[in-house]
Write a protein that binds this ligand. Structure first.
Ligand code: PA5
Length: 393
């Protein structure tokens, strides 16, 4: 992974931020201590893998009920891998949104996973209570804080339970049963993502001031003086699927105390035919962060065969996509837009794990620069408690 800048010089302001970051230490974040404990995470994973594999072998599909940080990353990864036996329900309160999925699930033998740190989030509780009626008890899994009522009740009722460690909040919880279970059911290799995550943290710790995270956090901080919006852009489906999660991480961790930058996901090339117009000629209220990929994880040309239509069309698409990416970066840069380019080495699971660590660490650095607490979400909690209050009235 490497980071570069167009129309701005990162070196101009770096010294300004060194002083603040010299007081930064990862040991101030207990959730990272938990996630970095490789033995602990691997032990939990083995247990989760066993349950998920048993359920995958005896059911047709898994329904995951959860919202926000508790599901966004696993949903993005599964979507990016075109996984077709895991469904997500309960991400809102308009039942119409679930109708299509519920109809598709009719007649299937289901596993059901409830994923909520608090265990009290209304959107999820409502859907879970409804779906429980159609799923055999032994095919239900509850993933929550050990202190939540739903965990205690499920445990008493002999339902399989996995704990979300107390120190780990929703949007930071992918490397716990929160991400392990969905990936394991879908037969994706969670440990490859985890290895990439650990590698990135190690290289960051070795040299914070020369890290990509430091460059990105400082550039964002400097750009926040003139811009309110960060367009987070990708041309690659696997990365596009992660944009909701990346934007959530940036927004929910850093949008507080009247500070922060509003992150807006952009799906190119489709959006180039709509909001792309604004981005080139509209009001300059934003800067752009591209997440691009240097090369694909598989070199299709090795197996290239003119008779193989799929390989042929795939390589044509790949070429066009890469030309579209370079063309739009050039056009936007020529128009004077400020651009950050985060270039991945590949779209492999390990590199994806690195990208997750990159954004988490950048968020922590930026929070330090902006003087906010990245781990809370007061606004979200206000909504949740109002909702409960009004429901009880
Ligand atoms: O990142 C966060 O903390 C939030 O997005 C939560 O994950 C979200 O509000 C859901 O909360 P819970 O996991 O308690 O249901």
């Amino acid at each position: 992974m490497k980071i570069s800048f167009l129309n701005q010089s990162f070196k101009d302001y770096i010294d300004k931020y060194r002083k603040i970051i010299s007081q930064f230490s990862l040991s101030d974040y207990p959730f990272l201590r938990t996630l970095k404990d490789e033995q602990f995470i691997r032990e939990i994973y083995l247990k989760v893998l066993k349950t998920a594999t048993e359920l995958a072998n005896c059911t047709d599909a898994l329904v995951i009920v959860g919202i926000g940080g508790s599901i966004l990353l696993s949903r993005g990864i599964l979507q990016g891998q075109n996984c077709n036996n895991v469904y997500f329900l309960g991400q809102g309160l308009d039942f119409d949104a679930f109708d299509k999925t519920l109809k598709m699930l009719k007649g299937k033998k289901l596993s059901l996973a409830f994923i909520s740190k608090s265990g009290t989030t209304i959107e999820c509780k409502l859907m879970f209570e409804y779906l429980k009626n159609f799923v055999e008890k032994e095919n239900i899994v509850v993933i929550s804080s050990k202190n939540s009522q739903i965990y205690k009740d499920a445990d008493k009722d002999d339902i399989s339970c996995f704990e979300i460690p107390e120190s780990v909040g929703g949007r930071f919880s992918f490397f716990t049963p929160v991400g392990m279970f969905p990936l394991a059911y879908a037969k994706l290799d969670f440990l490859k993502f985890y290895n990439g995550f650990l590698q990135e943290i190690k290289s960051f710790e070795n040299d914070i001031f020369n890290s990509n995270e430091f460059s990105y956090a400082c550039a964002r901080k400097e750009l926040s003086n003139n811009f309110q919006v960060e367009s987070v852009i990708s041309f690659d489906y696997k990365i596009q699927s992660l944009l909701p999660c990346i934007c959530q991480l940036l927004a929910e961790s850093l949008g507080k105390e009247n500070k922060g930058i509003y992150p807006s996901p952009c799906y190119f090339s489709e959006d180039l035919h709509s909001i792309g117009q604004f981005m080139q000629e509209g009001k300059k209220c934003f800067f752009e962060t591209f997440i691009t990929c240097a090369k694909d994880e598989k070199n299709n040309s090795k197996n290239f065969n003119f008779n193989d239509e799929i390989n042929n069309i795939k390589s044509i698409y790949k070429k066009y996509n890469s030309i579209a990416c370079n063309s739009s970066i050039k056009a936007h840069a020529d128009g004077g837009n400020k651009i950050i380019n985060i270039e991945l080495d590949s779209l492999s699971e390990e590199e994806c794990g690195r990208l997750i660590a990159f954004f988490i660490l950048s968020v922590l650095l930026y929070a330090k620069l902006d003087g906010v607490n990245p781990l809370n979400q007061g606004g979200v909690e206000n909504y949740k408690s109002n909702m409960k209050k009004f429901l009880n009235e």
